[in-house]
Design a protein around this ligand. Structure first.
Ligand code: AMP
Length: 284
């Protein structure tokens, strides 16, 4: 029989979070999520648990980072299941605020990071990163954690958050965590449950496209246009996949590369009907 898991403390207001943190053992590790938790999130929580005496998970579907109201509304939500995942992975407390606790009455502050937010996800999703950096700045400030854990799955988001934390003098150490994948290579995402069975069967094409480009890189190819074309060709063979962008960029600036003379980041966004998936692969 499965061992019962201690459920973490659930707090919903800024004031209750402050009280809970005042009594918490240090160091504190923070994992910010939008819920619909899966093994990718659990891996972040486990990493936080390994490094810290207290693990705080936040669950907040942030309306400011969605471009389409329909995507926000369709975003999967299951609080009871999420709290169980948090407990099983080692979370001590879970902050599940209503919108007005994150954005109190009269809220009028925004955090915008510059050039790093312009290409790739920023170009496809206007305003997205401003929504992300605004909410993450609030959550980092409320948590006052020693460390915060973010997935490499959202590579641009990780870079943008690092930049923001450095620029604002937020002393929380930003820790990158590896991408967790299904056995067939599809990166875990809360949006995967919205794929039809046919789309789900086609979705590993993202990983195959990245692997095809990596194979050329491993074989010595350093022409970024060839690596981008390799990804495009693989994606084009899958009729259900509609690519939004493929990129081979400088991993520090996210500017598209011409020739690779150092590390690079391969990345892509691909639509399957209404569901938009992203994936990436660092080359070094
Ligand atoms: P989200 O709930 O999608 O906002 O994601 C919350 C955190 O989990 C972010 O730091 C993501 O990068 C991370 N994450 C989501 N999916 C994965 C995955 N498949 N592997 C690793 N981290 C992930």
């Amino acid at each position: 029989m499965a061992r019962p898991v201690a459920l973490p403390q659930v707090v919903r207001t800024r004031a209750d979070l402050r009280d809970a943190l005042a009594e918490a053992r240090r160091p504190v590790g923070l994992v910010t999520t939008m819920g619909a938790l899966h093994e990718g999130h659990a891996s972040l929580i486990r990493m936080a648990h390994a490094d810290n005496a207290t693990v705080l998970v936040t669950i907040f579907v942030n309306p400011r980072q969605f471009n389409e109201r329909s995507d926000f509304e369709a975003y999967p939500r299951d609080e009871a299941a999420d709290v169980r995942v948090c407990g099983a992975a080692g979370a001590t407390m879970v902050f599940i605020p209503p919108v007005e606790e994150v954005y109190p009455d009269g809220f009028q502050t925004s955090v915008r990071v510059g050039a790093l937010t312009e290409p790739l996800e920023g170009a496809s999703r206007p305003g997205h990163f401003e929504g992300v950096t605004t909410v993450v700045a609030i959550l980092l400030t409320l948590a006052g954690a020693e460390r915060a854990y973010f997935g490499q799955k959202d590579a641009q988001q990780l870079l943008v958050i690092r930049r923001m934390a450095a620029d604002l003098g937020i002393s929380t150490d930003i820790v990158a965590c590896p991408i967790v994948r299904e056995p067939d290579g599809l990166a875990l995402s809360s949006r995967n449950v919205r794929l039809t069975p046919q789309q789900r069967a086609a979705a590993p094409v993202l990983r195959r496209a990245l692997s095809a480009a990596r194979a050329r890189y491993d074989a010595g190819d350093r022409d970024a246009e060839i690596l981008r074309a390799t990804m495009q060709v693989t994606l084009a063979a899958e009729p259900l996949a509609a690519p939004e962008y493929v990129s081979c960029a400088d991993p520090a600036t996210l500017r598209e590369l011409d020739r690779l003379t150092g590390p690079a980041l391969l990345s892509m966004a691909v639509r399957f009907g209404a569901v938009r998936l992203i994936d990436n692969e660092p080359l070094s």
